[in-house]
Design a protein. Structure first.
Lengths: 112, 119
């Protein structure tokens, strides 16, 4: 059975802190891993990772994939209150027509 | 472009009623899908379609029907609503990245969601 496990499930930090969100997976026919940010509405796309060791970066957010150890991390530096959201990790599979397996998400709250 | 649109935004049903959640996209995306999101559960795939006339089941298809008669529209039908179907429903669409055999789809664009309550 395919699994996507995110940790921690929730996190409270102060503005300016750096946070690391984790996503581990066990799926057959792994194709890519995606990160989404969800505020009080629809998820918005952050990153897609397909190759190990190549960091994707966008502003204060960065992510990397380890295909040997089957995990990914999402880093947020110098957090701001606007980073408060649920961060979703999803794994895409080959030969599935299409299927995204989502983790349960990490709820991040950044306090002033 | 309007992107992915969903109607209605909110809906309250009584147990046993049927209804259709509408989803449309104007990006000419081949792939469309429906997810439900429950507290603490992430998003779970209900049904998906890789093109007009083609649909398939996802992780939690029971109690739902879909059809894809056009590229733009992908309605989700609840046949006989049950309280267990109380959830937030998201429609998503994406383009194909290659068209090669075995290629898949990514960067799904999500609609704003429909919050459904079944009493």
């Amino acid at each position: 059975e395919d699994k996507v496990v995110q940790s921690p499930l929730s996190l409270v930090v102060h503005e300016g802190d750096t946070v690391t969100l984790n996503c581990s997976y066990e799926v057959t026919n792994f194709r890519s891993l995606l990160w989404y940010k969800q505020e009080k509405k629809a998820p918005t796309f952050l990153f897609m990772l397909t190759s190990s060791g190549i960091e994707k970066k966008s502003g204060r957010l960065s992510s990397i994939l380890d295909k040997k150890e089957l995990f990914s991390i999402l880093n947020i530096t110098a957090t701001q209150t606007g980073d408060s959201a649920i961060y979703l990790c999803a794994v895409e599979k080959w030969y599935s027509g299409y299927a995204l397996n989502f983790g349960k998400g990490t709820s991040l709250l950044v306090t002033p | 472009n309007a992107g992915v649109t969903q109607t209605p935004k909110f809906q309250v049903l009584k147990t046993g009623q049927s209804m259709t959640l509408q989803c449309a996209q104007d990006m000419n995306h081949e792939y469309m899908s429906w997810y439900r999101q429950d507290p603490g559960m992430g998003l779970r795939l209900i049904h998906y379609s890789v093109g007009a006339g083609i649909t398939d089941q996802g992780e939690v298809p029971n109690g739902y029907n879909v059809s894809r008669s056009t590229t733009e529209d992908f309605p989700l039908r609840l046949l006989s609503a049950a309280p267990s179907q109380t959830s937030v429903y998201f429609c998503a669409s994406s383009y194909s990245r290659g068209g090669l055999a075995g290629s898949s789809y990514n960067e799904q664009f999500f609609g704003p969601g429909t919050r459904l309550t079944v009493l």
